[in-house]
Unconditional design. Structure first.
Length: 361
């Protein structure tokens, strides 16, 4: 993402929009063609307001939005195109499919409003049904679909019109663990091949790290930080970004309640998840002990401290093999336990603190 820079066939937006409750969105974003920007932020940060402004549902108070060389909105020039003329495809969290229409007709709905011929509507609809494995579901209606199937229909409908900008608004938020894995894979594969600018809105750091080329942290209506996932992890600029940056994330194989991460086992609370998984846990979920802890917690291992970073009242502790993780403890604990680089310690993490997601089904 390059803030405030127009890229050919890309998006450049400078937006200032005040809500009736005193909330103000004041952001500048740019997305190049073929690139995916993930806007990540807590509830109430302004993510939905940003989407509404881009698609034209909420007129901006000040600023300019340009997409693929076309000015969509310019408050100084008095330009404001309606949503139907902006060339933006949106996939919402709940899909918002028309319940009375079949899968085929849901996908074709937007195409029919663009004025293309019946033959082209049919051709494009068939193409996207085949692309997202929906041919066998063509005549079904949304109430007859699983959550994952409905998400594929919503994505097909969003891209069938060949949008100049694709927005995925919390695309996985309403799905369970298994369906989320399938849908994430479908979306990731599509974004890899999509040649237009794409914007993903989420509050889930796992989705952000897996789907985005670049990340943008939105807090209280302002962009607090932008960059690659690695840049944000190494140099977080806010408490929220620091929490995201420190999230421990590993890939492994789950079976019978155990996750194998490169030969190191972690026990998880559920036994019904098996296959390739992503496991995450917060730094504050990691307990540090100078000797083997009593009570024998199932997830514990011996390691050494690699780095200590002061965050004011707390410290972030990076550890080494066999499972390099980040822990967060109070500065008082750091001093009382003599937590310095090279010191050997024991770590423990409760199974209930592990967040496990299937990579793919």
């Amino acid at each position: 993402m390059v803030e405030g820079v127009v890229t050919e066939n890309g998006l450049s937006a400078d937006i200032k929009l005040a809500g009736s409750d005193g909330f103000v969105l004041d952001v500048s974003v740019g997305i190049a063609p073929g690139s995916t920007l993930v806007v990540l932020g807590p509830n109430g940060a302004g993510k939905s307001t940003l989407v509404a402004a881009l698609v034209g549902l909420s007129p901006i108070d000040e600023g300019r939005i340009e997409l693929a060389g076309v000015v969509l909105e310019d408050t100084e020039a008095g330009i404001s195109l309606p949503p139907s003329r902006r060339g933006i495809g949106v996939m919402f969290q709940d899909g918002l499919l028309f319940p009375h229409l079949s899968v085929r007709d849901n996908i074709a709905f937007g195409l029919k409003s663009t004025g293309v011929s019946k033959e082209e509507v049919a051709q494009r609809t068939d193409h996207w049904m085949d692309r997202f494995d929906l041919v066998g579901l063509a005549e079904r209606r949304p109430p007859e679909l699983s959550g994952g199937e409905a998400q594929r229909v919503a994505l097909a409908r969003a891209v069938a019109t060949k949008p100049k900008l694709l927005i995925l608004d919390e695309p996985l938020g309403s799905l369970d663990v298994t369906m989320k894995a399938h849908a994430r894979r479908t979306i990731a594969e599509f974004l890899d091949s999509y040649d237009g600018p794409a914007l993903v809105i989420t509050h889930d750091p796992t989705e952000a790290f897996l789907l985005g080329d670049e990340l943008c942290i939105l807090e209280d209506g302002l962009i607090s930080q932008s960059g690659t996932a690695q840049e944000i992890r190494l140099h977080p600029r806010s408490r929220y970004a620091a929490d995201l940056a420190g999230t421990n994330l590993f890939e492994g194989t789950a079976s019978d309640g155990v996750i194998d991460i490169g030969g190191h086992n972690l026990y998880m609370p559920a036994h019904d998840v098996s296959g390739e998984v992503i496991v995450t846990f917060h730094p504050r979920a990691v307990a540090i002990h100078r000797s083997q802890p009593e009570g024998s917690p199932r997830n514990m291992w011996k390691t050494a401290i690699a780095h200590v970073e002061s965050l004011g009242d707390t410290a972030r502790i990076a550890t080494s093999a066999p499972l390099p993780v980040t822990a967060e403890v109070t500065m008082e604990s750091t001093r009382s336990l003599d937590l310095d680089p090279g010191v050997e310690v024991w770590l423990s993490v409760k199974a209930t603190e592990l967040h496990v997601q299937l990579v793919a089904g």
